[in-house]
Design a protein. Sequence first.
Length: 236
Amino acid sequence: MLGHTAPDVKTISGQKRDATHFYSVPRTSDRPAYRVLFDTHPGLVDPATLSPPQAAFVAGYIAHLLLDERWLVHVFQPCFLRDWGPRAERMFLHNVLRTWVDARDQHRLDKSVSHLLQEAEPECWLPFVDDRMLRRWRDWLAEQLAPGYRMETAAVLAPRVGVPAEEMTSVAGSPAQMEHRVFRHISRSALQAFRDTSQRQCVRLVNWYIETSVPGRPSRSGTDWSVRLRAREEVR
């Protein structure tokens, strides 16, 4: 959980997006972000050389990067960059959708997730984010996921589009407004299809990453990992 959310630590660390996500918006390269991460920080490539908690953290981290890129390509660009209205309205509704998704997903989480998240103890897990920032991020997220609390997605996103957070949560919390203003641009079925496909791809990526930590599997070294990854992608 901590790894899967950690790229967004920039919210509190003040880092630029490409410093934690390894791609920029708009895109300047079609190279997958997780491959840029491993090229930039080869010490994270082989989970067999990491502690089990750090390996689990990195597995979650690369899944986040993949999911973010898929959202950009399959949701944001085709549904909210098209010229169907003023840009300010399109950016607002895109962030309304993100708020709605977070709220729905929070209800799907086990109530114990907040307590479990607090057990994560970063120890030099990322060479580009200080452990103190990861702990602050962990504690802030754990508080939001505690029973009786809500995700602060709107509070984070609303200032970026120049509206009060209450305006964003009002639309996200209204089924009628969501149908009329958001789901006319991306249907619920299309959103569900995106989620299903993305989940399968994230699982595949995590399985690829952790398989070398299985006893008897050869470890990755140097640039060998990228050659083998390309081979696996070609087989798929």
